[in-house]
Design a binder for this molecule. Structure first.
Ligand code: ARG
Length: 459
């Protein structure tokens, strides 16, 4: 097949080079954006009198036909035609002749691909956004059921202070909320229309770039033609947003895996979200959470790959930049796989409240509250800390919890301790006295959930 650019060549491309060069295998997924971009460009060319108005109409009509033919599986893309841009242009030209050949006036594949990838990724951001909103709703719904479910909170993976399961879940709400705002922010910088940058230096045709931007729903146009074709910041930025998002899903997955272990036994995944072992009949494995944790690695890898691809490129377009697509597509696909499965897994898992409460009791998680009790009775905090430290040492030796001390035992450590210490260091008090904004008390978390629901409402 003769290449669209074959004029100055005396030989056809080596078959190996055709395969090597071609990106159709992966950039065909941008066909919709390519067609929409071409339609807007053709309309503008017609309006500006750069090509005959009837040619512009023919182009637009035929591009619509091509779009539906692609959707109905009637089109086979050709490796020889290199990429989605030239495949579609070739089909168009085969069908409508000279009018088709006029489409590429005042345009280069360099600004065309910059346009397509922006449009494609903005659509993907919208889809991921929808999935994130669903995850936020799943978290608030589950939290509402667990504002009184006491569980141990950890630092250094050592029991620290009791919290509630709702409080723990709402921590992930905050993370995903930031992920959503990061994506919105990323989309703002993506929402700039590069067509008209040409190959690198703009064009001599009187293009109406603002018209094209309006047609395609872009907020503005790029302001430097060299940057317009060579900027891939938005790809890297999205890869970074998705890496951070996956980091959150991975941390959550890690906790779900730990909590599913026999040792913790805080949750049990539904059978539909677990798998067995081919040899050990007793096994029920949290594969889904493990895979989410595992897939995080490839998303991080893509971010590093993209940064590295771009790091040494002189302005403006270089073919290296064709390598931006597979990694960012894979990052997007991976996030879109993980988010829904995580939501369904969370919604279907069993929460073992009794084990959580039992877990919160061992390990002196109320020691800080015991110290605070002494402070409220007038002791300076540092002294209180030392008194309770001694109590803990004694408790370890005698294998008991602080709330199992007799009042006489308490008094040997400090004579200001009274009967009211038992209430003050109960798990419920430890949680519910922490009413500070952002704290785990029932009413505070209920308030946080209310704010969360208002936030979701206005999205
Ligand atoms: N397939 C190319 C890419 O993805 C399109 C732009 C190619 N431009 C060029 N002059 N070779 O980057």
């Amino acid at each position: 097949m003769a290449k669209l650019w074959s004029g100055r060549f005396s030989k056809s491309t080596d078959k190996k080079v055709d395969d090597f060069n071609s990106s159709i295998r992966f950039d065909k997924r941008m066909y919709k954006q390519d067609i929409e971009g071409s339609k807007a460009h053709a309309k503008m060319l017609g309006r500006q009198g750069i090509i005959p108005a009837e040619d512009a109409e023919k182009i637009v009509t035929e591009l619509d036909n091509i779009a539906s033919d692609i959707e109905n599986g009637k089109i086979e893309f050709l490796v020889d035609a290199e990429d989605i841009h030239m495949n579609i242009e070739k089909i168009l030209t085969d069908r409508i002749g000279d009018a088709g050949k006029r489409l590429h006036t005042g345009r280069s594949r360099n600004d065309q691909v910059a346009l397509d990838i922006r449009m494609y990724l903005m659509d993907e951001i919208d889809q991921i956004r929808g999935m994130l909103i669903r995850a936020l709703k799943t978290l608030t719904a589950l939290s509402k059921e667990h504002v009184e479910t006491i569980m141990p909170g950890y630092t250094h993976l050592q029991k620290a202070q009791p919290v509630t399961f709702a409080h723990h879940l709402m921590a992930y709400f905050e993370m995903l909320k930031r992920d959503l705002s990061r994506l919105d922010d990323c989309k703002k910088r993506m929402n700039v229309m590069p067509l008209g940058s040409g190959a690198l230096a703009g064009t001599t045709y009187p293009l109406d770039r603002e018209f094209v931007a309006r047609e395609l729903g872009f907020a503005s146009v790029t302001l430097n033609s060299l940057d317009g074709v060579s900027d891939r910041d938005f790809v890297i930025e999205l890869a970074s947003c998705l890496s951070i998002l996956m980091m959150h899903l991975s941390r959550f997955s890690e906790e779900l895996i730990l909590w599913s272990s026999h040792e913790f036994s805080f949750v049990e995944m539904d059978d539909a979200f677990s798998t067995g072992s081919s040899i050990m009949p007793q096994k029920k494995n949290p594969d889904v959470a493990e895979l989410i944790r595992g897939k995080t690695g490839r998303v991080y890898g893509h971010l590093m790959g993209l940064l590295t691809t771009m790091k040494g490129l002189p302005l403006a377009y270089n073919k290296d930049m064709q390598e931006d697509k597979e990694p960012i597509f894979d990052s997007v696909d991976t996030v879109k796989l993980c988010l829904p499965v995580l939501c369904d897994m969370l919604a279907s898992m069993t929460v073992k409240k009794d084990n959580m409460l039992r877990g919160s009791k061992g390990g002196f998680t109320n020691a800080t509250d015991a110290a605070d009790y002494l402070v409220k009775k007038g002791l300076p905090f540092r002294e209180a800390h030392a008194v309770i430290g001694k109590m803990v040492a004694y408790a370890v030796l005698n294998e008991k919890n602080l709330d199992e001390f007799t009042i006489d035992e308490f008094k040997t450590f400090s004579d200001i301790i009274e009967e009211d210490i038992y209430d003050a260091i109960s798990m419920a008090a430890c949680v519910n006295d922490r009413r500070v904004i952002g704290g785990p008390a029932k009413e505070t978390v209920e308030n946080a959930i209310r704010l969360a629901e208002e936030y979701i409402e206005q999205l």
